[in-house]
Design a protein around this ligand. Sequence first.
Ligand code: NAP
Ligand code: GCO
Length: 265
Amino acid sequence: MNNIFSLEGKVALVTGAAYGIGFAIAQAYALAGAKIAFNCRSKEHLDKALADYAAQGIDAKGYICDVTREDEVKAMVSDIEKSLGPVDILVNNAGIIKRIPMIEMSVEDFRQVIDIDLNAAFICSKAVLPSMMKRKAGKIINICSMMSELGRETVSAYAAAKGGLKMLTRNIASEYGQYNIQCNGIGPGYIATPQTAPLREPQSDGTPHPFDQFIIAKTPAARWGDVDDLKGPAVFLASKASDFVNGHILYVDGGILAYIGKQPK
Ligand code: NAP
Ligand code: GCO
């Protein structure tokens, strides 16, 4: 059974994996035997990430590449192919969020979130699919969200992008499943990373952030998720174990989507 979860000999590109969820997924893939490539936009983040991977004994190949730029993505994928081999596993993880009430949000801000959180997955998937089609094998994993299913105040652009990403996942699965390419999504719940740090900061009087308490009450597991909670699901969707799973969004959310929320005492 262990072998069906092995990624030995595979090349994995995890976008935005300088830290946070992407870093944890790349770590898990390396442990499962994959060769790792990752990217981010900032040289500072890249240098620190390379040191962090090395400290874990992972010889990751890092790139400064903005996933919204097709020319940069194509150049990165081409270099990965030359140095590590063709990309077997693509994780579209890079993403941002802007928490602004919709009527106060500028068109530029809305467009930037859509560009990074949705259009970039199209760009990166398009860059790796032709080679996967030739080799009749490939795994694409899109990092969706609770906001692929639910809305909430101030995250209109993010929810629109993550809802679109769910349907892009299903469309890639539909269009390329015949080439033995599986495209699935992971929908993390509320995970403790830099992206959600503002929602967890204690208040000036030291009491927990109201949103922190809200999430604890909405999650049957009664805790925030940790990036380690995503490692097993990510390895499953990248491995042979999921060769007949396609177009599926695997929610790793501690039960939020199943739960009406803790009843007030
Ligand atoms: P994070 O801590 O903010 O990390 C985001 C990563 O993406 C960073 O490495 C960042 O590096 C990179 N990035 C951002 N824009 C980029 C661009 N245009 N090109 C290349 N890299 C870019 O976020 P996270 O919490 O780990 O989230 C990772 C993914 O999971 C995102 O798609 C997010 O929407 C999703 N997600 C997060 C949660 C959660 O609770 N944390 C839950 C559900 C889904 P640079 O800034 O250096 O580019
Ligand atoms: C927010 C959070 C969420 C999480 C995640 C939940 O402001 O509501 O940032 O969007 O990041 O996407 O799955």
